[in-house]
Write a protein that binds this ligand. Sequence first.
Ligand code: SAM
Length: 288
Amino acid sequence: MIERISNPSHTKAIVEKYQFAFQKRLGQNFLIDQHVLEKIISGSEVSKEDIVIEIGPGIGSLTQYLCEAAGKVIAIEIDKQLIPILEDTLSSYDNLELINADILAVDLHEIVKPYAGKSIKVIANLPYYITTPIIMHIFEKNVPIDSITIMIQKEVADRIKSPPNSKIYGALSLAVQFHADTHLVTNVPPTCFMPRPKVGSSVIRLTKYKIPPVNVVDSIKMFKIIRASFNQRRKTLVNTMHHQLGMNKEVVAQSLESINIMPTIRGEALSLEQFAMLTNVLVDRGLI
Ligand code: SAM
């Protein structure tokens, strides 16, 4: 039987062998629970047809499962002390390419270019501080991938799925809802990691829409309005559009009324569809 890197005693042995010093600032909490790893593999729907981009392989706990399930794995790790460890722990897999780089600094378009037309999946267990920038980068820069399966703080997963009017509804919820269908793969308690993080996590799969779920003439302009609305979420939309985007209050009020939305509404009460409708009216009137 293949020895699992994620087996707690094996993880410990690797850490000791290389005298690996965990770096908290890089969010180095390694998965040591086989059930969670199996759920990530089945939840990500990865197959031998797929090219997988793994962000943050660590010592290879998840990478090992990915190499067995995918056609090819490209693993991008920022910490150079982990590269010789990965070359050792994953030496028996010939479908792995390791890149020592900061994911926020690499050109993902370049990395995926040789695989045009193939199914590309991003899978990551990352430090929480970069999960939102990564998700937004992939969607906004239109990196041609099929899905992102990612471990995130449970609270962020709740925020992504949140409906209008809730306290946690925001620009992130709307951005993800615009670009992808969200599926909760599993919740992961701190005991599944070494060392243990302070908060609970969730794995979610974001499957990119081929056709956006709403009709909007200019999504960049729509997100400009969305960001402005949530910068001052306690103000009415008419006021935020005036203060943040320099628009005439009367004109914004009329535009809202024309799509049957009360002019006293706050931005946090608008659904994605209503933001799209408002954008279309404002663009049509040449106001944005
Ligand atoms: N995938 C492994 C696992 O599940 O056990 C390790 C996960 S650990 C939570 C996060 C990993 O991401 C660490 O190996 C860390 O060094 C790496 N990392 C942190 N910031 C990164 C960045 N900007 N680019 C690439 N890798 C990064």
